[in-house]
Write a protein that binds this ligand. Structure first.
Ligand code: GMT
Length: 381
């Protein structure tokens, strides 16, 4: 198949999932065309089946807000037409689904029929999508998609709840990891850089937005280190960075915390951690938690959104209500203070991650593509 993938090319989960999906499809022999405003950060893989088409937005002075959606739609028309794509798969509803709809209509007016699939990722529905000014467009674009997927049951429910006029059937296809990429063993040398005296190493990876509650990460860590010698590594960057630096000074924890900024391949550092913290306000899925589990790192998370579909309470880690930092800290301590318990949780976390290996999830997307193509050919007859 010739597949066009549209996504945000950044470190966010939706871009990571879209890129890893494209890489896996290319490895299976499909031709994959990424259509984005810059090369996806995870596109660190060479294949004759992978193509990149840049969407460049004009900065004409009249445009206070450059019309990205229109440029993207035009680019989609161009790529579908000249590369003879079979279908488009857009990740994150805003504005990718409506741009794909527009491209589909333009192409139809020229006698070219291309179906598009929309994958909902989370904040497009739970945060951004809830802004009433987006509602009519998102509802329309979802209903007009040839197929719609959501990354968890929870996100599917949220979509129907937040967008009552959405009538389209939504199929849940969970996020995935490629376990073959997680063969890095925890290196004692590398761990020593961050935990020089054998301290327990806690880790948090996110885009440091409010929804991630990174302040809770620091407060949980502060409670843990008062009981067990521990260090914290922060990976990622974002708007909350300033507040975090302020709080770490207030708590006097800065000497025990290292911020490493954005890292392209977290699987190279995750194995050195003993515990992963994800106290988010909400997560449609929590790909970062799954990446930790694939690295044999147990997870302390909240129980909101799709997290209970990923983290299993008392098995791969523990879950608590949003903001319950006391319980999260106590659970962290209960795992970290005993080597045997920690090893058991590590093994369990990996077993749970195995359920989301790409070998199990990729065929779901391929089946969906085939079904969509079949239906669209029948409709054209
Ligand atoms: O807000 C983010 O965390 C980024 C966002 C994205 O779309 O890039 O992540 C969302 O999609 C990920 C991939 O499907 C999910 O694993 C994250 O849980 C989800 N984030 C939220 O729901 C907050």
């Amino acid at each position: 198949m010739k597949i066009g993938i549209v996504c945000y090319p950044t470190f966010g989960g939706s871009g990571v999932v879209a890129t890893e999906l494209g890489k896996a499809l290319a490895e299976k022999g499909h031709q994959v065309h990424f259509i984005t405003y810059s090369p996806p950060v995870r596109l660190n893989f060479l294949s004759g089946n992978l193509f990149y088409h840049e969407v460049s937005v004009s900065d004409y002075p009249l445009f206070e807000y450059p019309p990205y959606e229109l440029v993207l739609a035009s680019k989609l028309v161009d790529v579908v037409k000249y590369e003879k794509l079979d279908l488009l798969h857009v990740h994150y509803a805003i504005p990718h689904a409506s741009a794909a709809y527009m491209a589909k209509q333009i192409l139809a007016s020229q006698g070219i029929h291309v179906p598009f699939i929309t994958t909902l990722h989370g904040t497009d529905i739970t945060l951004v999508g809830k802004d009433p000014s987006f509602e009519p467009v998102i509802t329309f674009a979802i209903n007009q998609s040839d197929a719609v997927t959501a990354v968890s049951e929870s996100l599917k429910e949220d979509t129907y709840k937040n967008f009552p006029s959405v009538k389209k059937e939504i199929q849940v296809i969970p996020n995935f990891i490629c376990l073959d990429d997680y063969k890095f063993e925890s290196s004692k040398c590398q761990k020593k850089m961050y935990a020089p005296n054998g301290e327990r190493l806690l880790i948090h990876v996110s885009n440091f937005r409010k929804v991630k509650r990174v302040e809770d990460v620091l407060r949980i860590f502060d409670k843990v280190r008062k009981v067990i010698p521990a260090k914290l590594v922060l990976i990622g960057d974002g708007p909350e960075r300033g507040n975090i630096e302020k709080l770490c000074r207030e708590l006097d924890t800065c000497s025990d915390i290292r911020s490493l900024g954005k890292i392209v391949n977290p699987e190279q550092i995750l194995p050195i951690a003993d515990l992963f913290l994800l106290p988010s306000e909400t997560e449609s899925f929590g790909l970062a938690a799954l990446e930790a589990m694939a690295s044999k790192v147990p997870v302390i998370s909240t129980n909101s959104g799709g997290l209970p579909e990923v983290n299993v309470n008392g098995f791969s880690g523990f879950m608590s209500n949003v903001g319950d930092i006391d319980e999260m800290a106590n659970n962290a301590i209960s795992i970290l203070q005993d080597e045997v318990i920690l090893d058991q949780f590590r093994a369990n976390a990996y077993r749970q991650a195995e359920k989301f290996d790409i070998t199990k999830i990729l065929p779901m997307y391929e089946e969906l593509y085939k079904a969509v193509l079949k239906k669209s050919k029948i409709m054209m007859k």
